[in-house]
Structure formats: structure tokens, C-alpha cells
Design a protein around this ligand. Structure first.
Ligand SMILES: C[S@@+](CC[C@H](N)C(=O)[O-])C[C@H]1O[C@@H](n2cnc3c(N)ncnc32)[C@H](O)[C@@H]1O
Length: 233
């Protein structure tokens, strides 16, 4: 019964590949040990104050959805040790890469979840996050697949519930139709104010931006990314 409901929940917003090439024995060991140390137990009751999820003494908590190989998440967690980071990635090879990195250099301000981010969002207490990053989400460029996009009215309701007032939702993408889609959905939703920046413009990366693997591919292929920031009103 429990297994069944978990199976159906895990596919609500995840339509990608779970696995790529076979993980090496070393990666597999890092993955198992890493998930034991950093993985969140969504069967437990979440703490009222999310800062208690972390070993480090931290002042704020951010979530990164779909961190891929963890390039951005790792850099953010290293450069900002007073912020707690929760990273979500259902793709096994991506999580294995991240867990290899923290096996070498442990992080006291990191926790992870290895399945659909909607599960984690529904587990989090209301108004508990300072920020959500959705960086290069799966673009689903064909119109018939747009309903698979992570940005949707139901997921914006989820973001609205877990973000603190004034908290940020950052969205980066190289797919123009997804950028427009996100602007329109956020405007229609009403809980998010777009922080249009007339100085740098929406084509300037965020401050301290380390880039991501997916972004490097988009740039190589000549696409121009957009970086949007919304505030929870
Ligand atoms: C295009 S990749 C981008 C990865 C990374 N952010 C980057 O920029 O390199 C999108 C990632 O989102 C993950 N993803 C897709 N649906 C998801 C979901 N429902 N919850 C969490 N992650 C998801 C995929 O597994 C994939 O790694």
C-alpha cells in the first residue's frame, strides 16, 4: 500500500531518465554512504525550523531542484557556509557525482533528496524556505509535452506555500518558450513578483554565478539563457 502510493507520487513531476551509464563501484559506494549521511527521511516529521536539519549553524535555507551533476549546488554550499542547502535530483548518475564530491570534502550545510521534488515540497513546513532555484529544468520544448514542465499552477502553489514572504524563486533557462511560459504562469498565479532588472537585464547571470553543465552545453550550441528572479509577495 505504502509502496504503491510512493510509486505514483514519485512520477507526478518527474518524466526524465532515472539512470544513465552504469555507476562505478566507487560511485555506488559514495552514493550509498552519501544518501545515508545527507538524504532526508520524508517518512519522519519535518522540524518546524528547517535550520535544525543541518549539522552547521546556519541562518537561512535554500532549495535547488534538479541539480544535475551538482556543479551549482556544490559551489553555492562551499561559498556560503551559513546557508543550508537542500538539493533534489532523481537522476542516479547526477546524485552519484554529487556524493562523490562530498565524500572527498564533506559539507555540514547540505541535505539531499533523490526523487521527485514535489515529494519534498509537500513535506516541508509552510513558509520555511528563503529561496528556491530551478536552474535549467527539463525544457520539454514540444507543445504536446508542455504539461510536463515543472513550472505549473500546482507547483507554483507548492512554491508559494513553502517560501517565506520575501523569499526568492530563481528560474534559469535557455528555451525562450519556457521563459515566457514561466513569466506568464507567475504573473497569473499572483504570489510572485518578477524582479525585472533594468540594469543588467534578464540575460545577465546571478551574482556569483558559477554556471551549470547544462548551461555550458546551451552556450556552446548558441542559445542565450535568461535568468529570472521572483519574490514571494
Ligand atoms: C536539464 S537538467 C539540468 C540539470 C542542472 N540544473 C544543470 O543546469 O546542469 C534538468 C534536471 O532536472 C531533474 N528533474 C527533472 N524533473 C525533476 C523533478 N520532478 N524533481 C527533481 N528534479 C527533476 C532531471 O533529472 C535533470 O537532472
Amino acid at each position: 500500500m505504502v509502496t504503491q502510493s510512493r510509486t505514483s507520487r514519485s512520477t507526478e513531476a518527474f518524466f526524465g531518465r532515472r539512470r544513465g551509464k552504469t555507476v562505478s563501484p566507487q560511485q555506488d559506494a559514495a552514493l550509498k554512504a552519501g544518501l545515508k549521511a545527507y538524504g532526508l527521511d520524508l517518512a519522519s516529521v519535518p522540524p518546524d525550523d528547517l535550520r535544525n536539519l543541518f549539522e552547521a549553524k546556519i541562518s537561512s535555507v535554500r532549495l535547488e531542484i534538479g541539480f544535475g551533476g551538482g556543479e551549482h549546488l556544490l559551489r553555492a554550499a562551499l561559498t556560503d557556509p551559513q546557508t543550508g542547502f537542500i538539493g533534489v535530483e532523481p537522476f542516479v548518475n547526477g546524485m552519484a557525482k554529487m556524493m562523490m564530491a562530498v565524500a572527498k570534502a564533506p559539507l555540514a550545510n547540505l541535505r539531499v533528496h533523490d526523487d521527485d521534488a514535489t515529494q519534498l515540497l509537500d513535506w516541508l513546513p509552510p513558509a520555511s524556505l528563503d529561496g528556491i532555484d530551478l536552474l535549467y529544468p527539463d525544457p520539454w520544448p514540444k507543445k504536446k509535452h508542455w504539461k510536463r514542465r515543472f513550472v505549473s499552477p500546482v507547483n507554483l502553489d507548492r512554491f508559494g506555500r513553502v517560501l517565506k514572504p520575501g523569499g526568492s524563486f530563481r528560474f534559469a533557462s535557455d528555451i525562450d518558450s519556457y521563459v515566457n511560459w514561466t513569466l506568464l504562469h507567475c504573473r497569473a498565479h499572483g504570489a510572485f513578483d518578477w524582479q525585472a532588472d533594468d540594469a543588467g537585464g534578464w540575460h545577465s547571470p546571478y551574482a556569483g554565478w558559477p554556471g551549470t553543465r547544462y548551461e555550458a552545453k546551451a552556450l556552446r550550441e548558441g542559445r542565450r539563457p535568461a535568468y529570472l528572479t521572483f519574490r514571494r509577495v
